[in-house]
Design a binder for this molecule. Sequence first.
Ligand code: ADP
Ligand code: ASP
Ligand code: MG
Length: 407
Amino acid sequence: MALIVQKFGGSSVADRDRVMNVARIITDTYKQGNDVVVVLSAQGDTTDDLIEKAKEINPNPSKREMDMLLTTGEQISVALCAMAIEGMGYPVISLTGWQAGVATDSNYSAARIKRVRADRIRKELDKKKIVLVTGFQGLNKYDDITTLGRGGSDTSAVALAAVLHADLCQIYTDVDGVYTADPRKVKGAKKLDEITFDEMLELASLGAQVLHNRSVEMAKRYNVNMEVLSSFSGKPGTKVKEVVKTMEKTHVSGVAKDTNVARVALVGLTDKPGMAFKIFSLLAKEKVNVDIILQSIGRDESKDISFTVSQDDMARAEEVMRANQELIGFDSIEVSDKIAKISIVGAGMANNSGVACKMFEALFSAGININMISTSEIKVSVLVDERDAENAVQAIHDRFFGEFGEA
Ligand code: ADP
Ligand code: ASP
Ligand code: MG
């Protein structure tokens, strides 16, 4: 007998038939003698629809009230699924995030889990019940409802798996597992049997939305045995783990695209010490996270610095720079959100100098211009125009994973 945490995403519980399908997967697992804790997301596009509804009332609602609203979606899912399981004759109980003891900080809309007091879940498991828990939500120290950020149900599931010392955490979704690129958008994307936590964390952070990046971070920290699989196909999925058998062989595991990127360029900066310090300390004070930074070689005592931020931070970054134009000393500022970041990820690339070159060659062959480049031990990212993004991903993917690819 094992303790298994199963998480089902929005499309897996989108309508009546899918809820019934999920109820069958859960009860089959239970029938085999396992303890089962289930985390559910809101049905289909419910969360997006609720965001639209809020905007009709107030274009700029407080984050606290947004969290209050958005958490209702998950509550519908667990109640309906519990009813389906009841109807099939199995003992079951649904719990909200706070009933399940998920304590978070007070950063509404992007709260972090501080601890999980899982006594209630354990009590219900002792009574041999299947326990359904709302994903994405928790409670802060003021007893107010918080959410973990979009896609956060994955993190709820991993947190419960960690605290309960579950034998397995299964993330059921609408694709068969983790692929070498988004299988809905990239021709020839291949399913990976396994991937390391480190590579998955990079892929998730660089735009592959199949897993919430914080869920991978947490799974790595608590060594949670994690698997991504489809709630529709019944096929084996992708195991996410510390070490994988194939690690030595491949240089690149996947390609990811992130369109939530904006670029800020400061033109005509005076070329003198302390310039970068001034710019980035002003941004840090405003809690603007900077990603890629590019500085041109100074010429005629003047240079340019460009950097990228998330699109949500673009306006704030521009505002701070403009407000301090005199202090920093630059001629003009240009901002653009019509860009995308394309990345390749692979633990094996650290010792292979040709990997980045292959990526650049693929882009060159496709006639795509690179705006910025950033590299680390296990990834290379490039910034391209948004209109080139899809072609760029396909060209890079073909180069590494196509017929003549050699990832
Ligand atoms: P859920 O609602 O189950 O949480 P998500 O929509 O959050 O599902 O994530 C699943 C989606 O992630 C897939 O439908 C797929 O389009 C997308 N995706 C992006 N990159 C990848 C990848 N590398 N492997 C698998 N799926 C990916
Ligand atoms: N329902 C939330 C969202 O759409 C959380 C999740 O699905 O993980 O972002
Ligand atoms: Mg998701």
